[in-house]
Design a protein around this ligand. Structure first.
Ligand SMILES: [Zn+2]
Length: 287
């Protein structure tokens, strides 16, 4: 599943391409991904203008005129693809067929803009969804998810992290970083990288962390996510960045997906299971 840097990359790619466009038509062949009847989508969306594209945690929000919004969750295999006659921008998970032949059998929703360009939603496993919401409904739906603080929110300070850690003293640090109700946006990749940055083993209990380790975890969250956004995310399994290219952060990963490989510090990376998820770490560098 794309994590914060990947969804942020998708958001930026789409913002460049669809803001200012007017929707002429909408179609969908997979009703379960919608929260209203298709006929209502068609009626409401016609002639609405795209005003902004935003991100909250791993969600993409498309703000439209007249107080309407589209809230998108890509889940495991979702993909947002912008296509026009001259260019094709992809965000999410690419499909083997490539981008030339859209729409294809994995295209389940299709926005047609008045200039004949398109925004396609493709999804192989069909877990993703695309909800049409008013401003008020959007606020309520996001509130219901009980998402934790954004790592780049100005209120996410070292002091705030300490408060969160105090609330979950017995949690393992890997679990803590993955818990979307505490801090939103980190998944398996970036939680492993943050633990490596802080020289902390992922199975350590939160209450055993020293002040220095907490400071390093805090700095690591900000630095690693920022570096990954700059590199347009990490390519893992079938994710691609907003230009249909491999995210360059893969080259900067230290431990994630490197089980059995040597670590930059001379140790050998091992893998453990923590609460149903796998975590990679270096026993030499991480205490
Ligand atoms: Zn090491």
């Amino acid at each position: 599943m794309p994590e914060l840097p990947e969804v942020e990359t998708i958001k930026r790619g789409l913002a460049k391409n669809i803001v200012g466009k007017t929707i002429a038509d909408f179609d969908c062949d997979w009703k379960k991904m919608l929260n209203r009847p298709l006929s209502e989508y068609k009626k409401v969306l016609k002639s609405l203008k795209v005003e902004n594209v935003k991100r909250r945690a791993k969600l993409t929000i498309i703000n439209l005129s007249r107080d309407w919004n589209i809230l998108v969750h890509l889940k495991l295999t979702g993909q947002l693809v912008f296509g026009s006659k001259t260019r094709c921008v992809v965000g999410g998970h690419p499909i083997k067929e490539g981008f030339d032949c859209l729409p294809n059998k994995f295209t389940h929703a299709n926005f047609t803009f008045s200039d004949k360009s398109h925004l396609y939603f493709n999804d192989i496993r069909k877990f993703g969804w695309l909800h049409l919401l008013t401003d008020t409904e959007l606020e309520k739906e996001i509130e219901k998810m009980k998402l934790g603080i954004e790592p780049f929110d100005k209120n996410f300070t070292l002091g705030y992290l300490k408060i969160l850690l105090k609330r979950r003293p017995n949690m393992k640090i890997k679990q803590f970083l993955l818990d979307q109700s505490l801090i939103s946006g980190l998944g398996n990749i970036y939680s492993d990288e943050v633990d490596f940055y802080a020289h902390v083993r992922p199975m350590r209990q939160v209450k055993t962390l020293s002040e220095k380790e907490i400071s390093l975890i805090y700095a690591g969250i900000k630095k690693i996510l920022a570096a990954s956004i700059k590199a347009q995310g990490t390519t893992f399994s079938n994710y691609r960045n907003a230009n249909g290219e491999a995210g360059a952060y893969s080259k900067q990963l230290k431990v994630y997906g490197k089980y059995g490989e040597p670590c930059p510090g001379g140790g050998k990376i091992v893998r453990v299971r923590i609460a149903g998820r796998s975590a990679s770490y270096c026993p030499k560098c991480q205490k």
